[in-house]
Design a protein. Structure first.
Length: 315
């Protein structure tokens, strides 16, 4: 059973699934697997390594002929010409995040790009719509990564935003399979974003130690850090280091990411912070992206069929 929404039509994708833009991780190896599986692969720029990003975009075009996009995490932008860089690379879809949607939306849309902005609140969603975005990625507090310190769960936030805006909404936070995708669409979303589930995939470049910890995790094995600042709050895998940070706080949360490469690619999870969502508690294996998506769509169809039969008196 096909799923056609404004998100799939607008982006030219087969499945209403977008991949999270994880710094250093969301590059051609992983993102091309997402695009080839029928979703929207995203290349990150939050690493600040634009020369490397340029090469990753070139690789994408050799690995897939399907649509893909680029993320601009505004809090991490080092190059003031990043928007022109994206335009020059011929990218057609951009997600913007971690900043004011007024900053880049206008110039991106003037260049003919489609722009979705990531928001953690209703007020953020309304501001993004006012800025002229084509769509929203609405991220509940369950999700991994940088968060609003005043977090709201997906079950509350997604319908709240969907009731208030006319642009298509992509649900993020707690999404990892067909039943959570069905729930998101029932709440009013027209697509979903997956982060932690795709992080724990065969094509993900991160060290097996991180993937294994996700598979072993319970839903309570993440921590919400830096709620009181300074800097952004975030959700991460529970380790000795992050448990300590949860208790003591940090004067500079960004400094805690100094050894990111050791965490991500050498598997030393105590060297920094491994951003991970609560949905790790529901992930029980590491599979290829294509298989994850196939299972997601099959389960979505099963749930949709079961719900349609409820009115007939059979579950």
């Amino acid at each position: 059973m096909a799923v056609r929404t404004r998100v799939t039509e607008m982006l030219g994708i087969e499945k209403p699934i977008i991949q999270a833009a994880m710094g250093w991780i969301a590059r051609a190896q992983l993102s091309s697997a997402v695009s080839n599986a029928g979703g929207m692969g995203i290349i990150e720029t939050s690493s600040g390594e634009l020369d490397a990003v340029r090469e990753e975009i070139k690789k994408m075009r050799t690995l897939t002929d399907k649509p893909f996009g680029v993320n601009v995490a505004q809090a991490f932008v080092r190059d003031p010409d990043i928007v022109q860089f994206i335009i020059d690379e011929g990218v057609r879809f951009v997600t913007t995040s971690a900043g004011d949607p007024q900053r880049y939306t206008g110039i991106l849309k003037e260049a003919g790009l489609t722009v979705f902005h990531v928001v953690p609140s209703l007020s953020g969603a309304l501001r993004a719509v006012e800025a002229g975005v084509d769509g929203l990625i609405v991220e509940g507090g369950e999700g991994g990564g940088f968060k609003n310190p005043k977090d709201v769960s997906s079950m509350v936030l997604i319908p709240q935003v969907c009731e208030a805006v006319d642009v298509p909404v992509v649900a993020a936070g707690g999404i990892m399979d067909g039943r959570t995708m069905a729930a998101a669409l029932a709440l009013g979303a027209e697509g979903v974003l997956m982060g932690t589930r795709i992080l724990a995939s065969t094509e993900s470049p991160v060290h097996a130690n991180w993937k294994d910890r996700i598979v072993e995790a319970d839903a309570t094995d993440t921590v919400f850090l830096n709620r009181s600042g300074p800097g952004p709050a975030l959700r991460a895998l529970r380790t000795e280091r992050t448990s300590r940070l949860q208790e003591t706080g940090s004067d500079n949360i960004f400094a805690e990411f100094a050894d990111t490469q050791k965490v991500y690619f050498e598997g030393d999870l105590e060297a920094g912070i491994a951003l991970t969502g609560q949905v790790a508690g529901r992930i029980s294996d590491v599979r290829p992206v294509g298989e994850i998506f196939e299972r997601t769509m099959a389960e979505f169809d099963e749930v949709r069929g079961r719900m349609s039969r409820l009115g007939e008196g059979t579950a």
